[in-house]
Ligand binder design. Structure first.
Ligand code: MEV
Length: 314
């Protein structure tokens, strides 16, 4: 048994365009956020998993099965028999576990990095990302891979799942000046797997509706990509609002999200939408400049929701 403590980091994330669409091979735009999960791995006498991450009340309980499946998948992937090599895995960091911020991907990425270091495997980011994806798959069914990719690589990216099984598109977007955003938590934890399944069933029941929604999304994405390239933030905000309308049509919004969105828009955000799974979880508001970021964050907190201020591409 050696006395080393090996650390690994996994970033939180936010999706600006394309949650759910990305599952069907549509391109999406996402960014890491300035908070992260830190995993610490050391040798021990018995296997221990200690989850000290901050959370929205009830998150860890609701996700306990998912978390357990992720840990088991990681141990299997890294070929660790805890009977023979008991490990202590501790999760910490300032990423508050909440639907929509990529908490499960940050768990997977941080533990993969820490195990890679602890076992001296010399894996690169691609290998870490593969391990994190396997854990995400075990936890939540058929993820697109956007969350773990953001969590492993950080930064601001275009992500497109290769639905035929080849390499995914991962395109880094460079951000010269940080763009302030506000993230808000609805306080509702959702199960991504279930919501993704609901959307899939709805698409089967209403193919024409979804064909139109997907077509609208294609147009939104192509304009958003151009707006990102020239950092036309007004255009970007307007397109986020339009993306939100499509998510509403897909039954992914809820009264709490609507309430937060109304406050952000009244306070002058350039645009806002739910981010991630939906039906609860988190909201992202585009709020360039410290002053606007503070005003929007205050307006959301005044109506009783927690916020987190960060920037795109951190
Ligand atoms: C969850 O953060 C994003 C979803 O599109 C699911 C996925 O991409 O795996 C809802």
């Amino acid at each position: 048994m050696d006395g080393r403590v090996s650390e690994g980091v996994g970033y939180g994330k936010t999706i600006l365009f394309g949650e759910h669409f990305v599952v069907y091979g549509k391109p999406a735009i996402a960014s890491a956020i300035g908070s992260k999960t830190i995993a610490k791995v050391s040798d021990s006498d018995v296997f221990e998993f200690i989850d000290d991450r901050p959370e929205t009340p009830g998150y860890k309980e609701k996700k306990s099965g998912e978390i357990q499946r992720q840990i088991e998948a990681l141990l299997k992937h890294f070929k660790i028999d805890v009977e023979k090599r008991p490990l202590k895995i501790v999760l910490e960091g300032n990423l508050e576990c909440n639907s929509g911020v990529g908490a499960s991907a940050a768990l997977a990425a941080s533990i993969s990095r820490a195990l890679n270091q602890h076992l001296n495997l010399g894996m690169n980011d691609e290998g870490i990302n593969e391990a994190a994806y396997i854990a995400e798959e075990a936890g939540s069914g058929t993820p697109s891979g956007i969350d773990n990719t953001c969590s492993v690589y950080g930064g601001f990216i275009v992500f497109q799942k290769n639905v035929s099984g080849g390499r995914n598109r991962i395109e880094k977007i460079s951000v010269e000046t940080p763009v302030e955003i506000v993230m808000a938590g609805s306080g509702i934890t959702q199960e991504t797997k279930k919501v993704v399944e609901d959307v899939r069933n709805m698409r089967e029941r209403e193919p024409e509706l979804f064909e139109r929604i997907f077509k609208d999304y294609d147009e939104i994405f192509s304009r958003a990509k151009k707006a990102v390239d020239v950092m036309d933030l007004k255009e970007l905000g307007g397109l986020m609002n339009r993306n939100q309308t499509l998510l509403e049509e897909m039954t992914l919004s809820c009264p709490e999200i609507e309430e937060i969105l109304e406050a952000t828009r009244e306070a002058g955000a350039y645009g806002a939408k739910l981010t991630g799974t939906g039906r609860g979880g988190s909201v992202i508001a585009l709020t360039p400049g410290k002053g606007l970021q503070d005003r929007v964050s205050d307006a959301i907190e005044e109506i009783g929701y927690k916020t987190f201020k960060t920037s795109l591409g951190v």
